[in-house]
Ligand binder design. Structure first.
Ligand code: ADP
Ligand code: MG
Length: 292
């Protein structure tokens, strides 16, 4: 692109809070064929809230929350924060956990009152050989309503489920529709459960979902989508999105996201509005047209 076209494109973007950090990003945005979007914090508000607590194995709800919150107090995961906030609201007492172990993409494990408490997703439950029993059906039902489901087990026995909702951003569905109108394929990429992700994708009109992806595997998924020379943009907010943002032809960070994501991206959406993704692609296309 000519320096003038780049200046104009960058300036247009800046007016709308779409900050291109380099000329390469602006040129790449004109050629994007696929937009990959992280779910939590990008398509959704990233404000998870506990909506359901289900217990089993004779466990009282307060006791379940006490044990789970003790583990999650040691974690920095947004789901952990939601659980702790809810437990505090229910007035459970703050017992300390020991020997905390964070299992990325899975959950967390610690000792509470001499009990081994495992808190996380189905993959973690499988790894720990925990049989969900009567909770299996509840888990499936909660997931199909779009809830993220956290499984709790005490000393190897499944004792409860915590359903967590994270509402889509108001403009996510429209952003997807506008990207489709631009002839761009939209893909959701998430570490969350397949059924949960499918439900939210359905609400937003997204037809391709890549779920249950481990934090370290997001970049490889982007690379797979780039096969055959397809130009892929990745939109994300989290620390675990950074390698995928770097791998993409155009890395786009949500302005409200983590510093690592913002530093790695070619483009930052200052308003944290998914609608600014199609805006950025239109600015890129307009800039490229003026070059010719
Ligand atoms: P995402 O792409 O959804 O932000 P992560 O890789 O951070 O994903 O986590 C993937 C999944 O692992 C979560 O959806 C959740 O089921 C589980 N998980 C991770 N950390 C925790 C935790 N501290 N407590 C409960 N579940 C967790
Ligand atoms: Mg995220």
């Amino acid at each position: 692109a000519t320096p003038t076209a780049i200046m104009v494109g960058t300036g247009l973007g800046a007016q709308r809070g779409v900050l291109f950090k380099n000329a390469i990003g602006l040129e790449a945005s004109a050629r994007i064929q696929v937009v990959v979007m992280d779910k939590t914090g990008t398509l959704t508000k990233g404000e998870p809230e506990v909506t359901d607590v289900v217990t089993a194995d004779g466990m009282a709800e307060g006791e379940l929350l006490r044990l789970v919150a003790a583990v999650e107090r040691e974690s920095e995961h947004p789901l952990a924060e939601a659980i702790v906030r809810y437990a505090d609201g229910q007035g459970v007492d703050g017992v300390r956990a020991e020997g905390f172990e964070n299992v990325p993409g899975h959950g967390a494990i610690a000792e509470v009152d001499g009990h081994r408490v495992v808190v996380g997703n189905r993959r973690l439950a499988e790894r720990e050989e925990i049989d969900l029993g009567e909770l299996a059906q509840h888990r499936k039902e909660l997931a199909t309503t779009g809830r993220t489901v956290v499984i709790a087990a005490v000393d190897g026995h499944a004792t409860g489920l915590i359903g967590i909702a994270d509402a889509p951003r108001e403009t996510s569905a429209q952003a997807v529709a506008e990207l489709h109108a631009l002839g761009v394929e939209v893909v959701m990429l998430t570490g969350d459960n397949q059924a949960t992700a499918n439900r939210i994708a359905e609400q937003l009109g997204i037809d391709t979902v890549i779920a249950e992806v481990l934090p370290g595997d997001k970049a490889a998924k982007v690379a797979e989508l780039q096969a055959g020379g397809r130009k892929v943009a990745m939109v994300g907010d989290g620390v675990n999105d950074a390698p995928a943002l770097a791998q993409a032809d155009l890395g786009i960070a949500i302005g409200a996201g983590t510093d690592v994501a913002i530093e790695t991206a070619d483009l930052v959406l200052m308003r944290s509005d998914p609608l600014d993704v199609p805006t950025a692609l239109r600015i890129g296309r307009g800039t490229l047209r003026k070059m010719r």
